[in-house]
Design a protein around this ligand. Structure first.
Ligand SMILES: NC(=O)c1ccc[n+]([C@@H]2O[C@H](COP(=O)([O-])OP(=O)(O)OC[C@H]3O[C@@H](n4cnc5c(N)ncnc54)[C@H](OP(=O)(O)O)[C@@H]3O)[C@@H](O)[C@H]2O)c1
Length: 279
């Protein structure tokens, strides 16, 4: 990975931090994309001290804001001439219904539109840097979705259930990956997605109430380092070179929820996402 420029979103904690760390160890130039300067600097410092890799950069972006994503993209393109790997990893759970800065339900906005808007705006530089790779961190919670509710992405006509919103957003990560892979055929830019496993991280703990009812941090899951393995594999392995449009778990290709293969729904999600992100 020497001299490869890699973006990892949500790189200050959990799986993202472990992914950034491992890639830094592999001598990549890692751009840690975080929403909080202090937390980002702390992670960068820790990775620097442990790997002695000076090619680390912290850039700020809040994926609940389209303006912030647009600003990050401009700043990145001013600073860098290529991008070899984009790892969309950030993610959040919102116990209570809330909205992004631009008025979309937060889980859909941050977890799906955040990946969508960032990726689409970086496609030109990814294509110019080909062969390049896009990796979207999804989740096995995609299997829980029984019916797509794209007509009510804001949960205005149904009760908001936080876990359901999360499951849907993770299914959308997969649908987006599959359609994008098709659109990128012949460009040498690959797109794959994955379930990292059940990993002991802080996801959900940004919600005070969720912290009380779901002590995920004490959950007996994988370590973040173990959880980062499939992201690293898809980002760096020669075995996955040229493979695109697949869903992985434990470094093996798997079948996701069959709803993910619905072509009409993929296109509907794409069109809706274009509209909501003004792209
Ligand atoms: N942990 C699991 O068992 C598990 C299972 C399946 C899938 N996943 C997926 O793995 C990915 C990483 O999650 P994790 O478990 O490592 O969780 P985590 O420890 O909570 O890390 C999430 C990261 O995303 C960042 N983030 C959240 N909202 C953001 C926003 N609006 N703008 C910018 N960054 C934001 C967080 O930043 P702050 O620190 O500033 O909040 C943090 O860096 C997620 O996509 C998640 O859905 C996790």
């Amino acid at each position: 990975m020497k001299n490869k420029i890699v973006i990892v979103t949500g790189a200050n904690a959990g799986i993202g931090k472990a992914t950034a760390f491992k890639l830094a160890e592999m001598r990549a130039h890692v751009v840690l994309v975080c929403r909080n300067k202090r937390r980002g600097e702390k992670a960068l410092q820790e990775i620097l001290e442990k790997t002695n890799n000076r090619n680390l950069d912290l850039m700020l972006c809040d994926f609940a804001s389209l303006n912030s994503i647009n600003d990050f993209v401009s700043e990145f393109k001013n600073k860098y001439e290529k991008l070899d790997v984009l790892i969309n990893n950030h993610g959040a759970v919102f116990l209570l219904k809330s909205k992004t800065e631009y008025g979309v339900e937060s889980t859909f906005g941050v977890n799906h539109l955040g990946y969508f808007s960032l990726t689409l705006q970086l496609l030109d530089i990814l294509k110019a840097s080909a062969p390049s790779r896009i990796i979207n961190v999804a989740s096995s919670s995609n299997y829980k979705v029984k019916k797509l509710e794209l007509d009510d992405y804001n949960c205005d006509r149904r009760n908001y259930v936080f876990i359901r919103a999360y499951q849907e957003s993770k299914l959308y990560n997969i649908m987006f990956s599959f359609l994008l892979a098709e659109k990128l055929q012949g460009t040498n830019v690959s797109v794959n997605c994955l379930h990292p496993g059940y990993v002991k991280t802080h996801i959900g703990l940004n919600n005070f109430l969720l912290k009380l009812i779901t002590p995920l941090a004490k959950y007996r899951g994988l370590t973040p380092e173990e959880g980062a393995k499939t992201s690293i594999y898809l980002a760096s392995s020669p075995e996955t070179k040229g493979i695109s449009g697949k869903y992985y778990h434990k470094m093996k290709e798997r079948d996701p929820n069959k709803l993910a293969f619905d072509k009409d729904a993929q296109q509907k999600l794409w069109d809706l996402s274009l509209k909501l992100t003004n792209l």
